[in-house]
Design a protein around this ligand. Structure first.
Ligand SMILES: NC(=O)c1ccc[n+]([C@@H]2O[C@H](COP(=O)([O-])OP(=O)(O)OC[C@H]3O[C@@H](n4cnc5c(N)ncnc54)[C@H](OP(=O)(O)O)[C@@H]3O)[C@@H](O)[C@H]2O)c1
Length: 257
């Protein structure tokens, strides 16, 4: 039986770890050839690629530091080279703008360097990666951006990070409108707290996990696969009539006061 994403090519930024890794693995399991992007952890990205290939899937790694001004150009020159080496034409069907940083630093302590990194990685990079991706995206393609519940519900110690995610929701709506004529669907997924390196400071102990769960309707700590399943749905045929939406995937974090 053919897989739902057979013949499709996907690019996942920040596919080397955490949520991006789970997304890359699930897209590949559904048949897509996946470009696994990394910033500093090339070895982790190569491990993800090797795991996908071992499971019978297709993947290659693509490196680009997203704090750099020309990050999108660099990323896509790597993507084009990797695609060619793997027998592809350079066309793209699914872009997942997942890479992000979230320094746990209060409003008063935030430095200009931290602020600039947040804007570069969480806002500027997804914008210009999407701009470059659109040149290669097939009609009927998908863009999926990673937002966060903090766009709606501010979290303590995350003022600078929190302001980057409404920008992602806004970009999602603008692109859905701009690209709808090409039948390209653009959506965002907004996770609640998910157990990854990004949340290591406030998950993992009994006390910390109890604090997180007290704010959720569902009483467990979210995992990367919980997000990846929704992203893969949005990349697939069942999501054909959904565009311009931010879908919260948080175990019910914002359903109550
Ligand atoms: N975890 C959560 O609770 C949570 C909640 C809401 C939203 N999110 C969002 O979900 C996305 C993934 O989060 P995560 O928890 O999986 O984070 P993570 O485990 O910290 O992984 C971050 C990923 O982003 C990449 N990245 C970071 N800085 C980069 C840079 N300068 N250049 C290139 N790549 C860079 C990393 O690549 P390298 O390691 O190769 O540098 C890594 O693959 C983010 O957009 C985040 O804001 C997460």
């Amino acid at each position: 039986m053919s897989k739902p994403l057979e013949g499709k090519v996907a690019l996942v930024t920040g596919g080397s770890r955490g949520i991006g890794r789970a997304i890359a693995e699930k897209l590949a399991a559904d048949g897509a050839t996946v470009a696994v992007h990394f910033g500093r952890n090339g070895k982790s990205a190569e491990d993800v690629v090797a795991g996908i290939q071992k499971a019978g899937g297709k993947a290659f790694a693509v490196g680009a530091d997203l704090t750099a001004k020309d990050a999108a150009t660099k990323l896509f020159s790597e993507f084009d080279a990797g695609a060619k080496k793997n027998g592809g034409s350079g066309k793209l069907d699914v872009l997942v703008n997942n890479a992000g940083v979230a320094p746990l630093v209060g409003f008063a302590e935030t430095t200009e360097a931290q602020f600039d990194e947040l804007i570069a990685v969480n806002v500027r990079a997804p914008f210009f990666i999407a701009q470059e991706a659109v040149k290669r995206l097939s009609d009927g393609g998908r863009i999926i951006n990673l937002s966060s519940v903090v766009a709606r519900l501010p979290a303590k110690g995350l003022a600078a990070y929190s302001l980057t995610k409404p920008a992602i929701d806004s970009l999602t709506k603008s692109l859905a409108f701009d690209l709808g004529g090409r039948n390209i669907n653009v959506n965002a997924v907004a996770p609640g707290v998910i157990q990854t390196d990004m949340t290591a400071a406030f998950t993992g102990s009994e006390e910390a996990d109890a604090g997180v769960m007290s704010g959720q309707a569902l009483k467990r700590i979210g995992q990367a696969d919980d997000i990846a399943d929704v992203v893969v749905f949005l990349a697939g045929p069942g999501a054909r009539w959904i565009t311009g939406q931010t879908i919260e995937v948080s175990g019910g974090t914002t359903v109550t006061l």
